[in-house]
Design a protein around this ligand. Structure first.
Ligand code: PMP
Length: 308
């Protein structure tokens, strides 16, 4: 039986003992940065592959830097702990690891300085996040921008913006929201980067379009270039370009690579996943489950530790 563990205040403890007080700064003010990391289960290998573990811990450190938080643990140490938690917890299915740097001080007052900081990590089973193909709409909520709360940092408080968009989409019968930035250009999904294909070119918004610089997106861009010879263009995208795009898909740690088959009740292409999306998707899923020798360095293998 899996037995979930968490890392809190410098110690690995059973998940049910990992508790925070009600005055915790991060809980009151959204002052935490976090990551999501997939442990992709490979039944044949009886192994979970942590996808781009180090890159996620590095982005966590960058998010902390933007918020001027000095995290206690190094990137190396956090990678080790992530592996140990996955081993000890013993899941034999897809999991999701949630590392965080959070203001742990139990003090009142809105600020980022002079408050204690801690690292935590927990993990939980996490099956597919989006359906196999997604029906999307353009959100009435605009993406937060760098001049307000920087979306380049994965700040917990920002996810109110995402949650507003996601709930609006779901309550209106859509699987996911596409958010525009304050300039009216396509930014990203509530928890995914977005790509479109027009005339054989892969196109995605620029990092200055108020997106999180996605690790899945970077991986897909590399796979497209290396394996299919398709370069990616980063440029501004208008909402109506999505209506006439040949193919659209979303990428993210939770969503993996999900084809978008409808935007604002208009079919993308013929309303089924297109040929480039399908090829990329096959390459991507093989890679993340540790089946590709060439991209083995993206995957950290973890075998469940058998405990008596
Ligand atoms: N944008 C947002 C807002 C996200 O929350 C995520 C998920 N972390 C992404 C994009 C995709 O990033 P990644 O591929 O690194 O998970």
């Amino acid at each position: 039986m899996p037995q979930p563990y968490a890392y809190l205040r410098g110690e690995i403890v059973p998940l049910e003992q990992a508790k925070l007080g009600v005055m915790t700064h991060a809980f009151n003010y959204g002052t935490a940065v976090f990551e999501g990391i997939r442990g992709n289960w490979n039944e044949e290998h009886q192994t979970a592959y942590l996808f781009r573990l180090r890159e996620h811990m590095e982005r966590l450190a960058q998010s902390a830097k933007i918020l001027k938080m000095d995290q206690p643990d190094t990137v190396d140490r956090l990678c080790e702990i992530a592996v140990e938690l996955t081993e000890r917890s013993g899941y034999t299915e897809d999991v999701y690891l949630r590392p965080m740097v959070y203001l742990s001080g139990e003090v009142l007052g809105v600020r980022l300085h002079n408050v204690e900081v801690d690292n935590l990590i927990f993990l939980a089973p996490f099956p597919a996040y989006l359906p196999e193909v997604a029906h999307c709409h353009t959100s009435t909520w605009r993406r937060v921008q760098d001049t307000g709360i920087p979306p380049r940092a994965k700040v917990t408080g920002i996810y109110v913006n995402s949650a507003l968009a996601k709930t609006e989409a779901n309550l209106n019968g859509f699987d996911e929201a596409i958010m525009l930035n304050e300039n009216g250009h396509v930014s990203e999904g509530s928890g995914e980067n977005i790509f479109m294909i027009r005339k054989g070119k892969l196109i995605t918004p620029t990092p200055a379009d108020n997106v999180l610089e996605g690790i899945t997106a970077a991986s897909v861009i590399e796979l497209a270039r290396e394996e299919l010879g398709i370069e990616t263009v980063e440029r501004e995208i208008d909402r109506t370009e999505l209506f006439i795009a040949d193919e659209v898909f979303m990428t993210g740690t939770a969503a993996h690579l999900t084809p978008v088959v409808e935007v604002d009740r208009r079919k993308v292409g013929d309303g089924t996943p297109g040929p480039i999306t399908k090829k990329l998707s096959d390459l991507f899923y093989d890679t993340i489950r540790g089946k590709s020798q060439k991209y083995a360095h993206w995957c950290t293998p973890v075998r469940a530790r058998v405990t008596s």
